[in-house]
Design a protein around this ligand. Structure first.
Ligand SMILES: *Cc1c(COP(=O)(O)O)cnc(C)c1O
Length: 382
């Protein structure tokens, strides 16, 4: 048996909806399927406005434009994240200021944020790693106190909750991703979530190449023209049609992922007790979405050995994130605060296991048995 790391999960209606989009003869963006997706996101997440984008990266770039990031502005974020979290702001001349992550959730350590704030700080980016929420009450209170913006990188966070609120509804702005590797997919896709209505009008303009096209079609202005900077951030109706099939089934996809996640979690409890590894920790105030299942091994050497042996046995496990603060571009454009010990440790020791919605029982069991054998074999011992 060979188990890939990820398999895109199709729900069934994707091709039928794409056919409908073609029959609608509206193939560019912002047609009927896009509006259905917007309405679903606004209702489920409880945000005043959701706008589809062609990627999570594009949604993050839009947050940097809306935040009006200028050369030298500082943005506090974890180093243990995907490059787009930082790139979106660097493109505007911003400086990512990297702080360490919590040892339990691997999300930004909220207790380290205040010490990283300077007169140049503009925003804090909360990355909800593995679909597990950051400590948002503390982060939002700090931001209020210092007049900073909170932006959620909720690329992995659809259908997750922090206390009684969905991820994506907690910051001023948030970004979702519908990349093939995420929980709900469109191939490439994303969404900008706007929680403060004052941003809505400008967001619509930025997304439509800096024109007031939207206001024109609503009849609010009598001609449409170039009114601001902007780009083309919207996906086509073909993409939105595919996404609509997935969103209609988002809760089922989430349940299926959580079932696999829980299966792994139960199966490795004794190995954690015997200190072969550490399992993910979900704080009681967070409800996760089963986005990814990871194991933390004792050290880099063990991680390398286990990865290699799993590969030989047919299980495609992978590590995650080379820390941004130690990447060439991170060193050129950003700045680290403190030694970032937890970031370096997670990067060295973390192993992600294959997980997708609808993964078969025997596939999950095969991964579990293989991991158990490899982790306990003398060669992977420290
Ligand atoms: C996937 C991801 C992104 C980028 O999303 P794309 O849709 O691939 O552009 C950004 N941040 C995080 C944390 C991600 O996991």
């Amino acid at each position: 048996m060979r188990i890939p790391f990820n398999r895109p999960s199709l729900v069934g209606q994707e091709l039928a909806y794409i056919q409908q989009a073609v029959e609608n003869m509206h193939l560019s963006g912002d047609g009927p399927f896009t509006y259905r997706c917007h309405a679903w996101l606004e209702e489920q997440i409880g945000c005043p406005r959701a706008l589809l984008t062609h990627s999570g990266t594009a949604a993050l770039e839009m947050t940097a434009l809306l935040a009006d990031i200028q050369s030298g502005d500082e943005i506090i974020m974890p180093s243990f994240t995907f490059v787009s979290t930082a790139n979106a702001f660097v493109l505007r001349g911003g400086v990512p200021v990297f702080v360490d992550i919590r040892p339990d959730t691997l999300c930004i350590d909220e207790t380290l944020i205040e010490a990283a704030i300077t007169p140049k700080t503009k925003a804090i980016v909360a990355v909800h790693y593995a679909g597990i929420g950051c400590e948002m009450d503390t982060i939002c209170a700090l931001a209020r106190q210092h007049g900073l913006l909170v932006i959620e990188d909720a690329a992995q966070g659809i259908c997750s909750w922090y206390k009684d609120r969905p991820l994506g509804s907690l910051g001023a702005l948030a970004a979702l991703s519908f990349h093939e590797t995420k929980n709900v997919i469109a191939g490439e896709g994303g969404a900008l979530l706007i929680n403060e209505p004052r941003w809505i009008e400008r967001a619509e303009i930025l997304r439509e190449k800096g024109t007031n096209r939207k206001a024109f079609f609503r009849g609010h202005v009598d001609k449409y023209s170039w009114v601001d900077i902007g780009s083309s951030y919207l996906p086509s109706e073909i993409t939105a049609a595919f996404l609509w099939a997935q969103l209609e089934n988002a809760l089922t996809l989430t349940r299926q992922r959580i079932a696999v996640w829980q299966h792994y979690h139960d199966a490795f409890a004794d190995l954690e007790q015997r200190e072969y590894l550490r399992r993910p920790i979900v704080p009681p105030e967070c409800q996760h979405n089963g986005h990814l299942y990871y194991l933390l091994l004792p050290d880099l050497h063990t991680r390398i050995t286990v990865l290699e042996q799993l590969g030989k046995a047919g299980v495609n496990a992978v590590f995650h994130y080379v820390p941004l603060h130690s990447s060439p571009a991170g060193q050129r454009y950003g700045r680290a605060v403190g030694p970032l010990a937890q970031t370096n440790k997670a990067s060295a020791c973390l192993l992600r296991l294959p997980l997708w919605a609808g993964m078969q029982e025997q596939e999950v069991s095969f991964v579990i048995e293989t991991v158990r054998a490899v982790v306990q074999s003398p060669r992977s011992k420290v």
